[in-house]
Design a protein around this ligand. Structure first.
Ligand SMILES: Cc1cc2nc3c(=O)[nH]c(=O)nc-3n(C[C@H](O)[C@H](O)[C@H](O)COP(=O)(O)OP(=O)(O)OC[C@H]3O[C@@H](n4cnc5c(N)ncnc54)[C@H](O)[C@@H]3O)c2cc1C
Length: 399
């Protein structure tokens, strides 16, 4: 039997894998994407991804470049103001707050918010119309054999495929990474994050709010109203045990806890979705590439959900991999192309991981000295204008 072949095999149909398929398909390469699980594209279905993502300006540029932005724009909620609130005590009381406004550093918003499940739905709609892209849900990567000019991959249905480049976009427990012999370095914080949607009495006025307290931030990302009530996507970080208790709590009690944790800034809050629990880790693969193989997104790096850096860092991977493919005279997957990708991304990922790891350690601490440092840091970062502008630019683009 003749073996099938493709320029690029993408393993993993999470948000990163789907965007990579759009990017390489749009550039004219033949792409096959495999994932053992079909994506959930309805908020009420089991397994729906209830997180939201603020896509920052470089992500917007990538979406425009690969012809995606038009499909996504109708669902984008611009992020123009970021409000940081420092709280202390039990229940949390506001000590101080500052607002960072995107119009201070340009005429574009910091980014655009999307619900993750909705983003998946729109990406799939777009991909189904692309002749270059072959989507195979229900089939996963099983193993591979690489040599100088190709990778021969065995899929979970037993079929074999020859690819010039295998992209591992198969998440934090990547099997592609393991098959390529790439190891990871993992830091655990004993923290978990709850992600859910809530309605609230006080409108959000399209402002994203991060409320700091020991345990980690409580992040409120504006969404469109639900049944006429203001609504937001919430990410609530805590010590692991506390997050599990909150996830299991009866709804009325949970609503009371949430209203207290938000320091009453949004009035009465009410749960409007299921609650998902995510472990918080920092994880980095030692390398991004191996023969005929490139890792992107959570297969390569997992960051705590602070400052909207996780998936945005992943999109920077995709942009760099695409650039490396285009710049290379050879077909995708050559040693030269992979070296260019490794060089373009290695230090940026390391810098972001270190910065967010440090920020997480300082901001979640219950130590009074570190809590005061957190408050002083917020004031300095905001009130010293050149630093404020520098930080806003760094948060949006390269560090
Ligand atoms: C609470 C929370 C909030 C966050 N908020 C933000 C934010 O505001 N901004 C931001 O930029 N980032 C954010 N992030 C990070 C972001 O959500 C993740 O980086 C992103 O969803 C991970 O996408 P991924 O495609 O890398 O991995 P995944 O979504 O895990 O996708 C991996 C895919 O690989 C598939 N797979 C597994 N095994 C195989 C196999 N053998 N073969 C083929 N496929 C396989 C899986 O089925 C899955 O579909 C947040 C993270 C958390 C935890």
């Amino acid at each position: 039997m003749k073996r099938e072949s493709t320029d690029i095999l993408i393993c993993g149909g999470g948000l990163a894998g789907l965007v990579a398929a759009c990017a390489f398909g749009h550039a004219g390469y033949s792409v096959c994407l495999v994932d053992p699980t079909a994506p959930v594209t309805n908020t009420n279905h089991e397994g729906a991804d209830l997180r939201s993502t603020a896509f920052l300006q470089p992500a917007h540029a990538l979406f425009q470049e690969i012809g995606l932005w038009e499909a996504l724009a109708p669902f984008a909620v611009p992020l123009q103001t970021l409000r940081i609130v420092d709280t202390a005590g039990t229940p949390p009381q506001v000590r101080d707050e500052r607002a960072f406004r995107s119009d201070e550093v340009g005429d574009q918003p910091f980014g655009w918010n999307f619900l993750n499940w909705l983003m998946r739905r729109e990406l799939l709609r777009h991909l189904v119309g692309m002749a270059e892209v072959d989507l195979r849900f229900g089939t996963g990567f099983r193993s591979m054999l690489t040599r100088t000019n190709e990778a021969i991959v065995t899929l979970s249905d037993g079929s074999r495929l020859s690819a010039g480049l295998v992209i591992g976009a198969d998440g934090r427990n990547s099997v592609v990474r393991e098959a390529a012999g790439i190891t990871v370095d993992t830091t655990r914080y004993g923290q978990k994050s709850l992600a859910f949607v809530a309605t609230h009495a006080v409108p959000h006025h399209n402002v994203s709010t991060e409320i700091y307290h020991e345990g980690g931030p409580f992040t409120v990302v504006p969404l469109a109203d639900i049944d006429g009530k203001p609504a937001s996507a919430i990410v609530w970080m805590n010590a692991g045990r506390r997050s599990l208790d909150l996830a299991a709590m009866e709804t009325d009690a949970f609503n009371r806890e949430m209203t207290l944790r938000s320091a009453g800034l949004f009035g009465e809050m009410a749960l409007a979705s299921k609650r998902a629990v995510w472990p918080i880790i920092t994880q980095r693969s030692d390398r991004l590439t191996a023969q005929r193989t490139a890792l992107i997104a959570e297969a390569a790096h997992v960051l705590p959900p602070i400052g909207a850096q996780g998936l945005n860092t992943s999109l920077n991977d995709i942009a760099a991999l695409l650039d490396a493919a285009r710049a290379s005279a050879a077909a995708p997957g050559s040693a030269e192309m992979l070296a260019a990708y490794e060089k373009a991304r290695h230090s940026d990922i390391a810098r972001r991981a270190h910065a967010i790891d440090l920020f997480n350690r300082v901001t979640r601490s219950g130590d009074v000295g570190l809590q005061n440092l957190r408050l002083a840091g917020l004031k300095v970062a905001h009130d010293f204008q050149p630093l404020r502008r520098g930080l806003m630019r760094a948060g949006m683009g390269p560090l």
